[in-house]
Design a protein around this ligand. Structure first.
Ligand code: ADP
Ligand code: MG
Ligand code: MG
Length: 372
């Protein structure tokens, strides 16, 4: 795990924090930022969460922090003061109001209020958890549906743009810098056969049929804080919040929830669909989101479910072809194994697509008739 930085006291001093910090320790299981819990001397002051922002991934820190401020201000404006403090991230500014601190070594730091008495889980194992996850991101999108998406920047440009991912894949194929192309002809063929289908969401967006919303874009379960009763309390990790299509958040969440095996499962037969978890997430999500979604957006959700394993396969295979420069690997063929596992997952989803679509449609019409 990451170590407490040497200059941590001088960093903390820059921020407008209350009370006296008596303990600093590495915290959480995030993979992107370095996160530390700052314990306050006594309970009359909040604890804080210090983060070193991953500046190699997020190159526009001012823009990213502005995004988070816009989004959290908007969310808070819809809640009571008490709820705003415990259900939405609170940025702690520097003494003169800036949203982050850049130290002498070029590291970027920020502080949030620590939201206490909460839990987050890496894995969804139960239907109630999937349901809470769906509610969390459905409510998040719903509360932001009336905020102008064009106010936000893209902290990672083209992050979820499959055309861009495919272009890079074909570039990697052409270069074949690791001389691995001949090993993966089957996988290449599988990807090639689906390029047009996987651009459906982008095309519908360009045709004006799908609106750009404000989406979270990292809808992992450990980015939801749950209260003592394991009910959703707060959506965190807002670094990738940007204009997007609702199907992206849905597909991203479902990719891991629906997979009964791990992302890099070696025994492909173990990769099966957990359909009860899919249904539970869908119910939670649509219950919160049904009142703002258009019918075409609801139809687009299945495209998102197909797109995410596909995009992940493309990204793993690209990295394999480029000699494993991006994803950390534990053994030589790790990226190939990950590619095969994502393709197997997609094959399973394709085989069950009618069933999954009909779950979405049934849940949607049931919830709509309840609401009406
Ligand atoms: P990463 O981008 O590295 O995943 P996160 O912002 O998700 O970073 O933070 C990592 C972990 O820290 C989260 O999974 C969660 O457990 C915890 N965490 C983050 N923000 C808060 C907060 N405001 N209050 C309590 N815990 C938090
Ligand atoms: Mg996170
Ligand atoms: Mg993150």
């Amino acid at each position: 795990n990451h170590q407490t930085p040497k200059n941590v006291e001088t960093i903390i001093d820059r921020f407008n924090i209350e009370g006296k910090i008596i303990e600093i320790k590495a915290f959480g299981s995030g993979h992107i930022n370095d996160t530390y819990l700052l314990k306050n001397e006594n309970d009359s002051y909040p604890d804080y969460l210090l983060q070193r922002i991953n500046h190699s991934i997020f190159t526009n820190v001012p823009g990213l922090m502005k995004n988070i401020q816009l989004v959290t201000d908007h969310l808070k404006s819809k809640l009571s003061e008490a709820a705003a403090a415990t259900e939405v991230l609170t940025i702690v500014p520097l003494h003169r109001g800036e949203l982050f601190y850049k130290d002498e070594e070029g590291n970027y730091w920020r502080i949030f209020h620590f939201i206490k008495d909460t839990n987050s889980y890496d894995l969804v194992e139960k239907e109630v958890q999937a349901n809470e996850g769906g509610k969390a991101f459905g409510r998040f999108q719903a509360m932001l549906a009336d905020l102008d998406a064009s106010l936000l920047i893209e902290p990672i440009p083209n992050f979820l743009n499959i055309e861009m991912r495919l272009n890079r894949f074909y570039q990697a194929l052409e270069n074949d810098s690791a001389a691995r192309k001949h090993i993966v002809t089957e996988e290449i063929e599988y990807i090639n056969a689906r390029t047009e289908q996987m651009k459906t969401i982008l095309k519908l967006g360009r045709e004006g049929k799908l609106p750009l919303r404000i989406t979270h874009n990292d809808t992992k379960f450990n980015n939801v804080l749950l209260n003592k009763n394991d009910e959703v309390q707060c959506v965190i990790d807002l670094d990738t919040v940007m204009p997007g299509f609702v199907a992206y958040d849905f597909g991203d969440a479902i990719r891991t929830i629906i997979n009964s095996a791990s992302e890099d499962e070696k025994e492909l037969d173990k990769i099966k669909l957990n359909i009860p978890l899919f249904e539970a997430y869908t119910i939670g999500y649509l219950r919160e989101a049904c009142h703002f979604l258009t019918d075409i957006e609801v139809e687009s959700l299945m495209h998102g479910v197909l797109l995410f394993p596909y995009m992940q396969a493309v990204r793993f295979l690209t990295d394999y072809l480029e000699d494993d420069v991006y994803y950390k690997i534990s053994f030589k063929e790790h990226n190939l194994q990950r590619t095969k596992a994502q393709i197997k997952l997609l094959k399973e989803i394709e085989a069950h697509a009618t069933q999954l679509s009909s779950i979405v449609n049934t849940v949607y019409s049931e919830i709509k008739s309840e609401v009406a």
